[in-house]
Design a protein around this ligand. Structure first.
Ligand SMILES: [Fe+2]
Length: 508
């Protein structure tokens, strides 16, 4: 909000007018004419002097004589358009021919005044230019508000941090007509900065130099906790590369702490960034900082939830004396098969939670059934069969755990449609269920039970293969066989024997 207020203040500032004429009397007369009007007047007597003012000051309107002692007013127009792309130039000329006027307008002039001109003509011309500037500013503000709104909307939908940062960077590139935008994170513990996200539309030849520039600018901004606007003419512009023109950078601040920096660079675009654009970038930076802060809080909360869930899962295992260590093994086996099936990062993350929680519904199964040494009766089996739905029901109201539901709910479905609880068939069974069905069974076959000893890994694999297409999805069976044949399962089963021996010793 503070940033908005600052931006509004900047918009209400008096219009800055650079007046250039090599005749001091004319300059004085114009200044006198405009006295009392809401203009900030900056005089210059030559092209050279005008250039220096353009570099030093934020200029909105240039009022220049066409012919000057050391050059032409069109040189000033070009420089003004490059440094202050939103500025407007009005020419004053003693030779007001139609051809001259057309030529000047074509070169980018906003208007021209035929010398000599009266007070009213001057006031009207400047007023017209000020109105155009005001409208353009309002247009820019509206566009910035739209971007701000878009980013705010996205934040409201609680999308992942990476997606939100990408949206912020894309918005920055589009709104500020830039070629590269990056977000750096600052790690307070070691004082280092890390590139977190970047959108880069630069050519290969310039990529390294652009990255270095962004890094140095961000370091400075993080260090000073202050926004920066650089252009290639600044003595401390952090690049020797000629094609890097200008950059704006804002620190990402939350509760007085610097979390990182948002930097935007122009390469192909020859215009320098303006102070207004630096302020606009501040709005996006505040959104990025808010998102990072929320995400950190979210991650901490998620971690504490997982820790609680782990305790819960362990508590269930402790009740079920025949399947001790099962959850842990299911997780490792699932991960191996999921990688074999080329699952993405996100699915692998969900798998961790799904593997941990898949039997959480057993909390509702009485000890007498859970630890029954023999086969279950029909009624007992009906109670046992409820555990997937009980488990899904337990986690459905916890947003962090929702991704575990397909693992919990579908791990006892069978490929031929005779499983439980939903009797889904073939490809109707979600991937997590298909995967976990194989893994769960593989671990069960190889585990000792009071009424039978655990079988060896090769025997278990044979049994899995025999049930491909009936109990299990063939794709998952193939992945399991491939993992087994390439020796990826061996270490898990060697460890398993050892763990079981240790447990036996403990029990004795
Ligand atoms: Fe189960």
């Amino acid at each position: 909000m503070e940033k908005f207020e600052k931006m509004n203040e900047a918009i209400e500032d008096p219009t800055s007018v650079l007046i250039v004429d090599d005749e001091p009397e004319i300059l004085s007369v114009i200044q006198e004419m405009l006295e009392g009007e809401n203009y900030r007047l900056l005089p210059a007597y030559s092209v050279e002097e005008a250039r220096s003012v353009l570099h030093r000051e934020n200029i909105n309107i240039v009022l220049t004589d066409l012919l000057l002692g050391d050059g032409s007013g069109t040189d000033i127009l070009e420089e003004a358009r490059r440094i202050h792309p939103d500025s407007l130039t009005i020419f004053m000329t003693g030779r007001p021919t139609i051809q001259n006027a057309i030529k000047l307008i074509k070169q980018g002039a906003c208007d021209y005044l035929a010398k000599p001109f009266g007070l009213e003509t001057l006031k009207m011309t400047l007023k017209k230019a000020s109105e155009i500037i005001k409208l353009e500013r309002e247009n820019i503000r509206l566009k910035e508000m739209m971007s701000f709104y878009r980013v705010s909307e996205a934040m409201g939908t609680a999308i992942e941090l990476d997606q939100l940062l990408k949206l912020i960077l894309d918005t920055a590139i589009e709104e500020f007509e830039a070629d590269k935008a990056s977000v750096y994170f600052f790690h307070e513990s070691d004082g280092k900065i890390e590139l977190k996200a970047s959108v880069d539309n630069t050519d290969d030849s310039i990529k390294n130099a652009a990255c270095e520039h962004c890094f140095f600018v961000s370091m400075k901004v993080i260090d000073r906790k202050e926004a920066s606007l650089y252009n290639e003419r600044d003595p401390d512009f952090a690049s020797d590369e000629e094609s890097i023109r200008s950059s704006i950078c804002q620190p990402l601040m939350a509760k007085g702490k610097v979390l990182g920096a948002l930097v935007v660079v122009r390469i192909k675009n020859a215009h320098y960034f303006t102070q207004g654009q630096l302020t606009g970038l501040g709005l996006l930076a505040s959104k990025a900082a808010g998102a990072i802060e929320n995400s950190t809080l979210y991650d901490n909360l998620k971690e504490s939830y997982i820790a609680t869930v782990q305790v819960l899962a362990n508590a269930i295992e402790a009740r079920d004396e025949y399947t001790r260590g099962h959850t842990e093994r299911v997780f490792h086996l699932s991960e191996i098969l999921a990688k074999e099936l080329r699952w993405g990062e996100k699915q692998l993350g969900d798998l961790k939670m799904g593997g941990l929680l898949h039997d959480i519904g057993k909390i509702g199964v009485p000890d007498s059934i859970l630890n029954k040494p023999g086969a279950l009766s029909a009624e007992e089996f009906e109670i046992m069969k409820k555990h997937p739905e009980t488990g899904a029901h337990m986690v459905e109201s916890i947003p962090f755990l929702k991704q575990a539901i397909p693992y919990i709910l579908y791990h006892h479905e069978r490929h031929d449609g005779t499983g439980y609880p939903r009797r889904l068939r073939g490809n109707d069974i979600p991937y997590p269920g298909r995967l976990l069905a194989v893994v769960d069974t593989l671990d069960a076959i190889t585990s000792d039970r009071p009424y039978r000893g655990g079988r060896s890994l090769p025997e278990a694999i044979e049994e899995i293969k025999e049930n491909s297409g009936s109990q299990f999805h063939p794709e998952v069976v193939n992945a399991c066989v491939r993992a087994y044949e390439s020796g990826k399962l061996d270490h898990l089963f060697e460890n398993k024997k050892k763990v079981e021996r240790d447990l036996l010793v403990e029990a004795v």
